[in-house]
Design a protein around this ligand. Structure first.
Ligand code: AMP
Length: 572
């Protein structure tokens, strides 16, 4: 059986790893590049570049060179984060007919799933070249706060790339696995995962016990990452260049791209050196077209001073995450560093000061998530003898009650599969039907959560308010498929609905994209892509049963405007 790869599909960079024959995770590389920039460039004729080559295209082809697709995948176009990103991205972000955030590239609508699929396909081919075998199965990581739609959209991207995605794994869980946080001899450990990448900052508080990894709180800053450090240095040097030579480099896209790259390289060098040299010949030209070079020493102290405001933004999310977890910094057993930017000494110093302990640095921070994903892939495939981790629901699932409140029926972090049961009663006399709306999210206000669907039970028997009782059963299986059944207790009449996580693309659309790609690929190479086989994984069952008697009088979901036949009276 071919091996299952672990993929860290990052906002800025992605990485692929596999468990080797000795059970050790190994990053897979081609040409020595251990991470792949998550950038995809589309040429007008249909040619696609991925990674470093795509990033270079950004200078001349900014409108069709897509970065940050992870910020869009499975999201609606009108969300705050998408609006923010659309304001700064040089490419067009548009609304799909269902309201999802898509891209418009060379006049054609393209889903973020297709863009991510290009990155996944490249990672898959890196893995195949490195292993010398066909790869069809993967574990892909996502941030812990991704909801079901974002997770499903990521799965769909995998399917488009010809991968059977065995599991979507939380990034902090993958990092904790790679750090061996579960080998604590059964004792409960509280872990903070501090993840500062190129474009985003996430902090997660986790409880690890007996192979169960529970993310108890997450916070972060979606608009803070290593790119901001590079930008601070870049802006300083552009201003200096203008003062010294009266030349505005901002008018020259190629010079700006060269300088940005040099700033990032300098920053990386300065995480271990006290100073480094910036040397860029012919960066600008004087009035007569003569070359102006940039040649200067830059020190770590100087960069630290330029970026001190960025470092100051790291503490508040840590504070909020601890507060949400109801913990103090002193109660954290381990702090794990993830993301390339945690190599920067001032970042590490802030972490150490805030948590009052030295963070663990056993692994390469930009590879640790992919390594954890590979380890998990090994567990699923039975290559590793560690006990299987249990999959949990990422967000609260519940129903709309009263005047728009959210009543949680399956709390997040419930082990899959899960089943819950609750009884509700009508809120009005002779109520004809009830419409139970299902939501996912963490807000008490349902309007701020994501609607999953609804089940309508009609022809209720007549009776005074509170006399007609409905039994509601919610089940989520290991594939995250939610089944809901509402049954009126007196007549036994039932209505049910099955809600599959939707990433925004229908199965037909995915099949069409795959078929299109197969055709293009067959034309280009004479070979066909492998299609996913479809896998089912099983974990033990747990049951979560609500106290039926205590809730029998609850008017629950039947309050509110959707229940006609209440004689127009106000909900009681
Ligand atoms: P990631 O998204 O985890 O790949 O992190 C990418 C960010 O880490 C980029 O901003 C890189 O410039 C930054 N980075 C990578 N290596 C280093 C390093 N040695 N020192 C400082 N920053 C680094």
């Amino acid at each position: 059986m071919s091996r299952t790869i672990g993929i860290d599909l990052g906002t800025t960079n992605s990485c692929v790893a596999v468990l080797d024959d000795k059970g050790t995770p190994r990053v897979l590389t081609v040409d020595g590049e251990r991470t792949l920039p998550s950038v995809v460039s589309f040429a007008p004729g249909g040619a696609v570049e991925v990674g470093v080559a795509a990033r270079r295209q950004a200078v001349t082809n900014a409108e069709s060179t897509i970065f940050g697709a992870k910020r869009l995948i499975g999201r609606k176009v009108n969300t705050e984060d998408v609006t923010w990103f659309a304001g700064l991205a040089p490419f067009r972000i548009v609304a799909a007919p269902n309201g999802d955030a898509w891209l418009r590239i060379h006049g054609e609508p393209v889903s973020p799933q297709e863009v991510s699929a290009q990155i996944l396909r490249r990672l898959r081919s890196i893995a195949e070249a490195s292993l010398g075998e066909t790869v069809t199965r993967a574990v892909i990581t996502v941030p812990a706060y991704f909801d079901d739609a974002q997770r499903q959209a990521t799965r769909d991207a995998g399917a488009i790339a010809g991968l059977d995605v065995l599991r979507i794994l939380n990034e902090p869980t993958a990092a904790a696995l790679a750090y061996g946080a579960h080998r604590g001899g059964g004792a409960q450990r509280v872990i903070a995962v501090f993840d500062l990448g190129g474009g985003t900052f996430d902090v997660s508080i986790m409880v690890v016990e007996n192979n169960l990894f529970e993310v108890v709180a997450t916070d972060g800053d979606n608009a803070l990452g290593g790119d901001d450090w590079d930008r601070c240095v870049l802006e300083h040097l552009v201003a200096e260049f203008q003062r010294q030579h009266r030349v505005d480099l901002r008018a020259n896209a190629t010079a700006m791209a060269r300088l940005r790259e040099a700033c990032e390289e300098a920053k990386k060098a300065l995480s271990t050196e006290k100073q480094t040299q910036l040397r860029l010949p012919f960066l600008g030209a004087d009035d007569r077209g003569g070359p102006i070079n940039l040649d200067r020493t830059i020190s770590r102290a100087e960069v630290e001073q330029l970026t001190s405001a960025l470092v100051a933004r790291l503490e508040a999310p840590c504070q909020r995450a601890l507060q949400a977890a109801g913990l103090s910094a002193a109660q954290i057993h381990d702090v794990l560093l993830v993301g390339g930017m945690t190599r920067w000494p001032a970042v590490e110093a802030v972490v150490e000061r805030f948590f009052g302990r030295r963070p663990s640095k056993g692994a390469n921070p930009d590879e640790v998530v992919a390594m954890g994903a590979a380890q998990y892939a090994g567990i699923l495939a039975g290559d590793s003898d560690e006990a299987a981790l249990l999959d949990v629901t990422p967000r609260d699932i519940g129903i709309k009650v009263g005047d728009g409140r959210f009543s949680v029926l399956i709390p997040r972090n419930s082990m899959l599969p899960v089943r819950t049961r609750k009884q509700f009663a009508t809120s009005s006399p002779d109520q004809k039907f009830v419409a139970i709306e299902l939501y996912q999210g963490e807000s008490n206000d349902v309007a701020k959560n994501r609607k999953l669907g609804q089940v309508v039970l009609g022809d209720l028997p007549p009776g005074p308010a509170g006399s007609v009782r409905v039994d509601l059963v919610l089940t989520i299986d290991v594939e995250s498929i939610l089944s809901v059944t509402a049954r009126e207790l007196r007549t036994g009449k039932e209505a049910s609905v099955t809600i599959r996580p939707s990433g925004g693309l229908s199965q037909r659309e995915i099949t069409e994209i795959i078929a299109r790609r197969r055709q293009a690929s067959a034309q280009a190479t004479g070979f066909e892509l492998n299609l996913p086989a479809g896998a089912v994984t099983r974990v033990p069952t747990t049951e979560l049963t609500a106290d039926l008697s205590g809730d029998a009088s609850s008017r629950g979901p039947f309050e509110g405007p959707e229940g006609p036949g209440r004689g127009g009276g106000a909900p009681r």
